[in-house]
Ligand binder design. Structure first.
Ligand SMILES: Nc1ncnc2c1ncn2[C@@H]1O[C@H](COP(=O)(O)OP(=O)(O)OP(=O)(O)O)[C@@H](O)[C@H]1O
Ligand SMILES: [Mg+2]
Length: 262
């Protein structure tokens, strides 16, 4: 797990131009998105389950670095905080983090727990599913907030497609997408105690990625349970987008402009 915390030359956001590849940058496939989610979940699980627990506190797309194989590594431990000791369940801190990712109870009270990181992970998972930024000031009304906009669609299998990234071109296993969406919703629960632990999140994501499951279901065959999944690149040519990336330039939106919650 030490690897998760190493420096990398790639990153998840896309503030720099993607390196040109033949045909230009391609949107991240479903499989790669899940790999990134699993890698990041491993990093948080490692921190939360360490003997001296660490709460990361600023989990967001731009702090996930990727190597050439899309292995995720967490960067920027500037805000990380030692977890509570003894019987205490939280640490009280000055509220810091990034708007759009910070858990509501943490913003409201400064009470920081590992479940604050779980909330932020839910936001990043939503970004991976939808290809949208946590906060997008170019949008109007509720759509400015990814969580507020997407939440109502996450639990309904029939509506989920409305928030799925169109750049996936429908190439994702429906059942796995539904499980991931349900997981995101659990992570985003307003009641921190009801959010899963990161180790549970990781276990669910790893089961999704297991060949037995990931090799299932394409959108056109929603009820098929067997056979290899084709996680193809979208046939459509893509404009440069948050999830267009090469290993050096990366899948998720830039949050340089994200306002700090302080
Ligand atoms: N080792 C690295 N290799 C490549 N890009 C990096 C590396 N470290 C940081 N970056 C990228 O540089 C940009 C600025 O990073 P920086 O950490 O300063 O800001 P941020 O992640 O947007 O916000 P924060 O200050 O909250 O972490 C981000 O887009 C980040 O992904
Ligand atoms: Mg950073």
């Amino acid at each position: 797990m030490g690897n998760c915390l190493q420096h990398s030359s790639a990153r998840v956001d896309s503030t720099q131009s993607p390196r040109a590849t033949s045909g230009g940058p391609q949107p991240l496939s479903w499989a790669v998105r899940m790999k990134v989610a699993i890698g990041a979940a491993k990093g948080l699980t490692f921190l939360h389950d360490a003997e001296s627990q660490v709460i990361y506190r600023d989990f967001k797309a731009s702090n996930i670095l990727l190597d050439a194989e899309f292995n995720a590594k967490l960067s920027d431990f500037g805000l990380a905080k030692a977890g509570p000791t003894g019987d205490r369940t939280h640490v009280s801190t000055q509220v810091m983090g990034t708007h759009g990712y910070a858990a509501p109870e943490y913003v409201a009270t400064g009470r920081l727990t590992t479940k604050s990181d779980v909330y932020s992970f839910g936001v990043v998972l939503l970004e991976l599913l939808s290809g949208r930024c946590a906060v997008d000031k170019t949008k109007v009304g509720i759509e400015q907030s990814l969580v507020d906009w997407a939440k109502p669609y996450l639990s309904d299998k029939r509506k989920l497609f409305r928030i799925m990234d169109t750049k996936l071109g429908g190439q994702y296993p429906q059942k796995a997408a539904h499980t991931a969406a349900t997981l995101a919703l659990q992570c985003l629960n307003n009641e921190p105690k009801l959010r899963p632990r990161m180790s549970e999140v990781l276990a669910i994501l790893e089961r999704l990625e297991a060949p037995k499951n990931s090799a299932k279901l394409s959108q056109s065959e929603p009820h098929r349970q067997t056979g290899p999944v084709t996680v193809r690149k979208s046939p459509m040519r893509q404009q440069r987008s948050p999830l267009n990336m090469t290993p050096t330039a990366s899948p998720l939106p830039s949050h340089r402009q994200s306002p700090r919650v302080r």
